[in-house]
Design a binder for this molecule. Structure first.
Ligand code: SF4
Length: 225
């Protein structure tokens, strides 16, 4: 009998968890730092984000008020390692301004209430797309909003659960529909997918060592060995 989508998603999670153990994302000292990281990580790798955040934290404690108070040029210099520094500096300050104006700087208030309304408000902020909004909701707000990224698409396509042409919203919906809405589960699941794709399901995958090899459609179809 063919497995249901819910069973397939649960199996993938359990195997990855067994293989990698709990990863406990996101690496940040505060929810606001998660927001800063989520904006800075757009179009760059995490190592660059870490350098930018370290430079910011050396200059000031990371709060919306402080981010808003710093001169734009200085902010651009500090976050330069993360790339697209002018654009990202503007986005950070616009987000900080929104948080200060609409929620008196209280991020937990912004992320509370109805999940769809909080998500919509985030999406209205300049430069905050679905992946950034879901990362902020999940990792800064502890809200059960599944985060989809390029790794998710690659892994699920190779495993045969996606055809690869689905939109961000369709992939997110797959998880939101077939898994319990539990932020700890969503947190671990996304982190495990990222780890799996960094270690095994790379662009050139290492299938012979992969913990998901026995259920992989790409391998069964002879695409990889
Ligand atoms: S077996 Fe290969 S293609 Fe399939 S999930 Fe693992 S690494 Fe990716």
């Amino acid at each position: 009998m063919e497995k249901s989508l819910a069973d397939s998603l649960n199996d993938i999670f359990n195997r990855l968890l067994e293989h990698f153990g709990e990863l406990h994302w996101w690496p940040a000292d505060s929810p606001f730092e998660v927001v800063v990281g989520a904006i800075l990580t757009q179009n760059t790798n995490w190592r660059n984000v870490e350098m930018a955040i370290a430079a910011l934290k050396e200059e000031m404690s990371l709060t919306a008020r402080n981010l808003l108070g710093i001169e734009r040029q200085r902010l651009e210099t500090l976050i330069r390692p993360a790339g697209f520094f002018r654009q990202k500096a503007e986005r950070l300050q616009l987000f900080a301004a929104h948080l200060m104006t609409c929620h008196a700087g209280d991020l937990s208030a912004m992320l509370a209430g109805s999940l769809s309304e909080a998500r919509e408000e985030l999406l209205q902020c300049k430069g905050v797309g679905p992946e950034t909004a879901d990362s902020i909701l999940l990792y800064a707000g502890g809200r059960p909003s599944f985060v989809v990224d390029a790794y998710t698409r690659r892994l699920l396509s190779r495993l045969g659960l996606l055809n690869g042409r689905e939109s961000y919203g369709q992939i997110r919906e797959l998880f939101m529909t077939h898994l319990p809405h539990n932020s700890d589960l969503f947190n671990e699941y996304h982190a495990l997918i990222v780890e799996q794709c960094k270690q095994y399901c790379r662009v050139k995958p290492l299938c012979s060592e992969c913990p998901l090899q026995t259920d992989c459609v790409a391998v069964r179809s002879g695409n990889f060995s």
